[in-house]
Design a protein around this ligand. Structure first.
Ligand SMILES: Cc1cn([C@H]2C[C@H](O)[C@@H](COP(=O)(O)OP(=O)(O)O[C@H]3O[C@H](C)C(=O)[C@H](O)[C@H]3O)O2)c(=O)[nH]c1=O
Length: 180
């Protein structure tokens, strides 16, 4: 695995070294020892998968409030998605910064997003599946969201969303000390 720092402190783009042969490829996608050496979470008690049927589906920007903030290790297991993180940690040197990466199942790359950051994705193909490893269990009452098009972040989305649910369409705009 190769770790490249993103614009957000503690968030990393992860590429993997596939072992190819006549059958195809094999690659390690997680290693607790290696993650610990990079200061990343190593305990992922829950994993999720989402499937989006059409290109332009937007999910996010979501995060879980303290005291159950969640780090996420995100990868595309089908299709290709524009995956975004936004730093919502007031004490961070990259507060309100965003960064993104194209996650492609063919490349098998991943995005590690530390707790305190919001996460969202926009599918770039039909039939996309995204697999997440979460460092904290889901607590519905602590689920939070902020607007994908919030001028406070000014995320440069590559294509116009064509599909999102009402919750994401009506997430609150971020304000200092937001706990919406
Ligand atoms: C996250 C989660 C959700 N749920 C329930 C809550 C809803 O009834 C349903 C769909 O959840 P949601 O609308 O939050 O799913 P997405 O819109 O795909 O959001 C996900 O994708 C964005 C990009 C994220 O970063 C979050 O991890 C995650 O919330 O599953 C659960 O039962 N367990 C869970 O861990």
């Amino acid at each position: 695995m190769r770790f490249a720092p993103s614009r957000i402190a503690g968030a990393f783009f992860i590429d993997i070294d596939g072992h190819g042969d006549e059958r195809g490829t094999f690659a390690r996608t997680f290693c607790a020892e290696t993650f610990a050496a990079h200061g990343l979470a190593t305990h992922f008690p829950q994993c999720n998968a989402s499937y989006s049927a059409v290109r332009g589906t937007l999910r996010g920007l979501h995060y879980q409030a303290a005291p159950q903030g969640e780090a996420k290790l995100v990868r595309a297991t089908r299709g290709r998605v524009f995956d975004v993180a936004v730093d919502l940690r007031p004490g961070s040197g990259t507060y309100l910064a965003w960064d993104a990466v194209e996650l492609d199942w063919r490349r098998k790359n991943a995005f590690y997003i530390p707790e305190g950051c919001a996460h969202g994705l926009l599918t770039l193909e039909d039939e996309c599946e995204v697999f997440y490893q979460m460092s904290a269990p889901y607590v519905a009452d602590l689920a939070r969201c902020v607007r994908w098009d919030d001028p406070a972040f000014a995320i440069a989305w590559p294509i116009t969303p064509t599909s999102m649910n009402d919750r994401d369409a009506t997430c609150p705009y971020f304000t200092q000390g937001n706990d919406a």
